[in-house]
Design a protein around this ligand. Structure first.
Ligand code: ADE
Length: 225
């Protein structure tokens, strides 16, 4: 998979790809991540990428020209499956979306800034708009990092124990059951006996029951889906 990220703040989004699972995925060649500084595509002498809103109003708008230049250059080099725009009014990211995006070959992610992008960018170039939740961030970069993490860890070979992504919360519309490690007792606080029993059928049943109870209490909406 190849991910091209278009941003005015490449430094803000580099570090998530330089540690742990994402770093290893890149090192193994399972994913390529390329940052593109939108200012490099600005043709005006101040390297501006934004302008005032037509009709008046507070806040600057990201201009179409540098975005068109950057996306068109990328598209001339290879085909893309999706051109994603990170925006609070996009479709809310969930595990099903991450699952399907992780199957794609090449994607572009455009990070919004200021008031957002000129609507013509959305109309002409964007194939999918994604929000990471009902709150407003200062820009799309952190959202793009969240999206990339959610996608990349699902690419086969990225997680060392491939089954561990399958038992994540949300994979079956269920939250994860509680987990424990040693010591079996700490300050009188005990790990549930069943987990120490060695009876794997019982353990599996306990985990399923707990996942269901946990979901019913915290996220009953998931059980209705
Ligand atoms: N940009 C600003 N807020 C955002 C959000 N909630 N999700 C994605 N991109 C954003």
């Amino acid at each position: 998979m190849r991910i091209d990220i278009i941003t005015v703040l490449p430094d803000l989004i580099r570090s998530p790809f330089e540690a742990s699972i994402l770093k290893r995925a890149i090192a193994k060649g399972l994913v390529e991540v390329h940052m593109h500084n939108l200012r490099d595509y600005s043709t005006n002498k101040h390297k501006n990428v934004d302008d005032y809103q037509f009709g008046g109003g507070a806040g600057m708008v990201m201009s179409i020209e540098p975005i068109d230049a950057c996306i068109s250059k990328l598209k001339s080099e290879r085909n893309y499956d999706e051109v994603i725009y990170m925006t609070p009014d996009g479709e809310t990211l969930n595990q099903q979306m991450a699952n399907s995006l992780s199957l794609l070959g090449n994607i572009i992610i455009l990070c919004g800034h200021y008031k957002g992008v000129d609507q013509r960018v959305r109309d002409q170039f964007i194939t999918k708009e994604i929000s990471i939740g009902d709150y407003v961030l200062s820009g799309g970069e952190l959202g793009a990092a969240v999206l990339c993490d959610a996608i990349i860890r699902l690419i086969p070979g990225v997680l060392s124990n491939e089954t561990s992504a399958l038992t994540d919360s949300f994979q079956d519309n269920l939250l994860s059951p509680p987990i424990y490690t040693r010591p079996a007792e700490y300050k009188g606080w005990k790990v549930p006996d069943v987990l120490l029993s060695g009876n794997f059928a019982e353990i599996e049943k306990w985990r399923e029951d707990m996942a269901y109870e946990h979901t019913k209490t915290r996220r009953p909406d998931l059980l209705e889906e």
